[in-house]
Design a protein around this ligand. Structure first.
Ligand code: HEM
Ligand code: HEM
Length: 209
């Protein structure tokens, strides 16, 4: 995406404010729903377990809605070109991880919705405000089978996120290049890099002189 400013071609190097906003709201929901899912399935039956299931399903519905919005924003507005100083293997792996995350933020909630529908055969309440319609009639065996796929896909998402977040933090705190800044609010990346003593390559130069 190369907008023009007067006669000068200006390359966009950072995500749009809307893309950043959706990214961080979704990150907060996804990073909460995983521990909630892992906890609720290991609790004894009771009020706490029921409440956590309801929160999990409501957060999942929210993630699905945000994912649809996000895919639409991505298709309409595009994304900045890859960070220029990345090596070829880094560009390829970042693009593969981002594509896989886009698939998972759609598929994981859909499998959860399908599994819960088949398992109970009833609509799924969302924050007690409205309900998602049941996608199937009650069929517990089908529900359990779909949950196996839901849980496997959720584990794949957790592993992919570990790579994604690890790489983003490595760029922000160790390399101190401009990658993390592309997804941060305007000016935060520069402030972070300055507070850590500047980009790593500058520090190396300073030490050797
Ligand atoms: C602490 C948590 C996270 C950090 C620090 C982080 C950081 C980043 C950064 C820096 C980028 C831009 C990378 C680039 O320009 O090459 C990015 C992109 C992206 N992130 Fe995250 N992220 C986090 C959590 C998440 C979560 C939970 C999800 C979704 C499940 C997610 C999905 C994505 C996707 C799909 C992109 C690609 C955006 C695009 O090109 O359209 N991130 N993230
Ligand atoms: C991105 C969205 C979602 C993520 C990351 C996620 C993740 C998880 C995780 C980690 C577990 C527990 C795995 C385990 O027990 O080891 C789980 C279980 C479960 N999830 Fe989700 N989930 C999401 C969306 C949804 C949605 C939208 C629903 C339903 C509307 C849902 C319904 C369930 C149910 C009912 C279980 C329990 C399955 C069982 O008892 O075997 N999830 N999910």
């Amino acid at each position: 995406m190369i907008p023009r400013e007067g006669n000068r071609a200006m390359t966009v190097t950072s995500y749009s404010p809307l893309a950043k906003l959706i990214h961080w709201i979704m990150a907060a929901f996804v990073l909460s729903i995983i521990p909630i899912g892992l906890t609720m399935t290991r609790l004894p039956s009771g009020h706490l377990q029921d409440n956590l299931f309801e929160i999990h399903e409501s957060f999942g519905a929210t993630i699905f809605a945000l994912a649809c919005l996000r895919v639409a924003v991505r298709l309409i507005r595009g994304a900045p070109p890859p960070y220029e100083r990345l090596r070829r293997w880094q560009r390829i792996s970042a693009s593969a991880v981002h594509r896989l995350l886009y698939v998972l933020i759609i598929v994981v909630p859909l499998l959860g919705w399908a599994g819960a529908s088949a398992y109970t055969g009833t609509p799924i309440p969302v924050y007690g405000l409205f309900s998602l319609p049941a996608l199937f009639q009650k069929n517990q065996h089908l529900g359990e089978t779909i949950f196996l796929f839901h849980i496997s896909a959720a584990y794949l998402m957790t592993a992919t996120l570990a790579l994604h977040i690890g790489a983003a933090l490595m760029h922000g705190f160790i390399e101190r290049d401009g990658v993390l800044a592309r997804m941060l609010p305007e000016g935060w990346g520069e402030r972070l890099t300055r507070s850590l003593g500047g980009p790593r390559e500058n520090r190396r130069v300073r030490r050797s002189t």
